[in-house]
Design a protein around this ligand. Structure first.
Ligand SMILES: Nc1c(C(=O)O)ncn1[C@@H]1O[C@H](COP(=O)(O)O)[C@@H](O)[C@H]1O
Length: 162
C-alpha cells in the first residue's frame, strides 16, 4: 500500500536533536497523523532549508514542527519562507540549558509568527498535539483519536499519591 502523503513536517537542525524531536514523531504516530522527518539547518544546509520551506505548501504540509538548539534560527527562517504554520521547539542546549534556544525562537518580530513550545521533550510532544489539534478541526476521525488520547491521559492520573 502506498504511504500517505505527509501532513506535518518535523524538521530539526541536527541529528543531535532527534532524541528530543522523536517525541513529536512518536506522538504523531500514536495519533496516526502522516508526517515526515528531516534534518534541515539554516546555518549548515541553507539551500536545503530554502527548498524545504518553499515547497512545503504545495506539497500539502499543514504545519511544520521545527526543533533547534542554541542559536536556533531554523524555526524563524522556515516561517519567513512559507505560510504553513511553524511550531518551534527549543531543544535543550548543553551550555545554557535551552534558554538560548527558547529566546532565539520565541521573540519573533511582528509579522512572521512562530508558535513557540516549551523547552525539550514536553515541547516536542505538545507541538505534535497542537499540530494534530489544528488538523482535527477538519478531520472528525482525528478529533476522535485526540479526544481518546486525552481521556487515556486523564485515566492514568491516580486520585491519591501512592
Ligand atoms: N540551531 C541550529 C541550526 C539552525 O537554527 O539552523 N542548525 C543547527 N542548530 C543547532 O545546533 C545544535 C548543535 O548541533 P550539533 O550537535 O550538530 O553540534 C543543535 O541543537 C542544532 O539544532
Amino acid at each position: 500500500m502506498a504511504e500517505e502523503a505527509p501532513l506535518i513536517g518535523i524538521i530539526m537542525g541536527s541529528q543531535s536533536d532527534w532524541d528530543t524531536m522523536r517525541h513529536a514523531a512518536e506522538t504523531l504516530d500514536t495519533l496516526e497523523v502522516p508526517h515526515e522527518t528531516r534534518i534541515v539547518s539554516a546555518h549548515r544546509t541553507p539551500d536545503r532549508l530554502y527548498d524545504y520551506a518553499k515547497s512545503a505548501a504545495e506539497r500539502g504540509l499543514r504545519a511544520i514542527i521545527a526543533g533547534a538548539g542554541g542559536a536556533a534560527h531554523l524555526p524563524g527562517m522556515a516561517a519567513a519562507m512559507t505560510r504553513v504554520p511553524v511550531l518551534g521547539v527549543p531543544v535543550e542546549s548543553k551550555a545554557l540549558s535551552g534558554m538560548d534556544s527558547l529566546l532565539s525562537i520565541v521573540q519573533m518580530p511582528a509579522g512572521i509568527p512562530v508558535g513557540t513550545l516549551a523547552i525539550g521533550k514536553a515541547g516536542a510532544v505538545n507541538a505534535a498535539l497542537l499540530a494534530a489539534a489544528i488538523l482535527a478541526g477538519t478531520d472528525a476521525a482525528l478529533a476522535g483519536r485526540l479526544d481518546a488520547w486525552r481521556r487515556e491521559q486523564t485515566d492514568k492520573v491516580a486520585e491519591r499519591p501512592q
